[in-house]
Design a protein around this ligand. Structure first.
Ligand code: PAF
Length: 282
């Protein structure tokens, strides 16, 4: 595994590679990232991971300053999984003030985008920069950030970028909590409570599979039960997988079969995200 921090050196090193598979990250790696790295190996002769905590995707008062930066430990974890770790300093990615941004479709202003204005614009801008720098044939992102993955798929399709996007399944702790670098912000009591988010989504999924079609009511009940347990809820939503539009059944319009249940809520100062897909059989 080779650590490269400079764009020109990375491009020179990648020049001779036939197929490159790329996993962009912000570091502080966990099993979810490592799973993507293993999947990447099936899609490229050369596997590249990037580690860059992107200031553009954090809003004022968010956790940019305290976001865990653990480059040495990350490189040790990637030793046998990546051929190259690209970990540029901020001045390499943004040598001058960034004034060109990616403009995303309106769904970027819903769900997480409604509570984190500008987050997806900053995310998509850095992802496009990284894709242009690495020029992979395949790039892999976790399904845990479902809306992010959806927007990246739109970016790649609508800007005709010549690569394939693969979504890796969410990796969970034994009790079901989706792995996230932010889980380490949780106190012991909060960590115990955190699994309720996933349990609540599983209950909603079961209700839908058993025939419940009043999604508004399901969402409302979920928000109420989270709030009653001390969570501060950003959203609980039943959406279509294909376009992330609300899955509300309208009279004479059938419900789409492939749905996703998404939730974001805070425990203390820690914001947790989770989602599960639901496929209706009839
Ligand atoms: O999911 C992340 O870690 C980040 O949003 C990404 C895709 C690496 C862009 O900074």
């Amino acid at each position: 595994m080779q650590l490269i921090q400079n764009i020109a050196e990375l491009r020179a090193r990648l020049g001779g590679e036939r197929t490159v598979a790329f996993v962009p990250t912000m570091g502080n790696l966990h099993e979810g990232h490592l799973n993507l790295m293993r999947l990447a190996r099936e899609h490229g002769d050369c596997v590249v991971a990037s580690i860059f905590v992107n200031p553009l995707q954090f809003g004022p008062g968010e956790d940019f300053d305290r976001y865990p930066r653990t480059l040495d430990a990350d490189c040790a974890m990637l030793r046998d999984l990546a051929d190259i770790v690209f970990a540029p300093p901020a001045h390499e990615m943004y040598p001058a003030q960034q004034t060109v941004f990616v403009e995303l479709p309106p769904v970027a202003n819903e769900l997480c985008g409604a509570v984190r204005p500008g987050h997806f614009r900053g995310m998509a801008t850095v992802v496009l920069k990284l894709l242009n720098i690495v020029q992979p044939q395949t790039a892999l992102f976790g399904k845990k950030d479902y809306q992010q993955l959806h927007l990246i798929r739109q970016l790649v399709a609508q800007l005709n970028l010549p690569l394939r996007i693969i979504g890796g399944e969410t990796v969970r702790a034994a009790d079901g909590l989706a792995l996230s670098s932010r889980n380490q912000y949780l106190s012991a009591t909060e960590r115990g409570e955190a699994i309720f988010l996933h349990q609540m989504l599983q209950d909603m999924r079961l209700d839908i599979l058993q025939g419940e079609r009043n999604f508004e009511r399901l969402q409302q009940q979920a928000v109420e039960s989270l709030t009653a347990r001390g969570w501060s809820v950003d959203y609980v939503a039943v959406r279509n997988q294909s376009d992330l539009q609300p899955a509300n059944p309208v009279q004479d319009k059938p419900v789409q079969r492939e749905l996703v249940l998404l939730a974001a809520a805070r425990l203390g100062n820690t914001r947790l995200l989770d989602n599960i897909e639901v496929c209706l059989v009839s």
